[in-house]
Ligand binder design. Structure first.
Ligand code: C5P
Length: 238
């Protein structure tokens, strides 16, 4: 898999198609469908993207009681996507329910099971904010490492976190446990609402298994060139 996942944070299918048309047909991208696009289009967008030969990361960040998450994940498991997400803060029972639902859905549809990725702390959250607003007394790397262990023990294949915490996560879990990192910015980009921001080269050096990149690519004047720059930077950091 290519290490760069492009976040298709667009308002409708027409804008998505226009964006993707700029990439060469041979360019086998992995794309992320998040809440904005999925809530606008529903599951039909997944078919459209699959028909283009794209790998799909379906990022709906489930967080509810275990039964609801299990049934929702069963539906997502039927979609034949490569990766899905839940919030690790939902706890052990919810994470295990997500795994069961996902596996059941993929079995029923006869598709390969998606990787289950758990959000640790959003990359828009600072350590001070987490401690004050969530009343967490541990520091951010320790909190993230703890949630990563909880996620792994309950069936997750990896976590979503800032690359700043990748060393702590790899140390707390196993070598094959995935660290997928949003909050990626090229040195010249605006940070926007993100707080724990890292460049592609630094993320690669910190042990990242994949980058989620939205606005650095989608808002660039030349998105294909920006995508290539992120890939080149990643290689430089490895
Ligand atoms: O535009 P930008 O590169 O900041 O987009 C990052 C993407 O990654 C968004 O789609 C956002 O929903 C997602 N994400 C994140 N932080 C997380 C999990 C997902 O920014 N912890």
């Amino acid at each position: 898999m290519r290490p760069v996942i492009v976040a298709l944070d667009f308002e409708n299918q027409t804008v998505v198609e226009h964006f993707l048309d700029q990439f060469p047909a041979t360019d086998q991208l992995t794309v992320k469908v998040g809440m904005e696009l999925f809530y606008a289009t529903g599951p039909s967008i997944l078919r459209t993207l699959r028909d283009r030969g794209l790998r799909i990361f379906l990022d709906l960040k489930l967080y509810d009681i275990p039964h609801t998450v299990e049934q929702a994940m069963r539906q997502l498991g039927r979609q034949g996507v490569a990766m899905v997400t839940v919030h690790a803060a939902g706890g052990a029972a919810m994470l295990a329910a997500a795994r069961r639902g996902l596996d059941q859905g993929s079995r029923e549809a006869g598709v390969a099971p998606a990787k289950l990725l758990a959000i640790t702390q959003l990359t828009s959250t600072t350590e001070a904010q987490m401690q004050a607003e969530q009343l967490v007394s541990a520091d951010l790397p320790a909190t993230v490492a703890h949630l990563a262990q909880l996620a792994q023990a309950n069936g997750a294949d990896g976590v979503i976190s800032s690359a700043l915490e990748d060393p702590a996560i790899h140390a707390a879990t196993s070598a094959d446990f995935l660290c997928i990192n949003p909050g990626i910015r090229l040195a010249t980009d605006a940070v926007d609402d993100q707080k724990r921001v890292v460049t592609p080269a630094r993320a690669a050096a910190l042990g990242s298994n994949g980058l989620v990149v939205g606005r650095s690519i989608t808002r660039a004047t030349d998105p294909v060139a920006a995508y290539q720059t992120v890939l080149t930077e990643w290689e430089r950091g490895k």
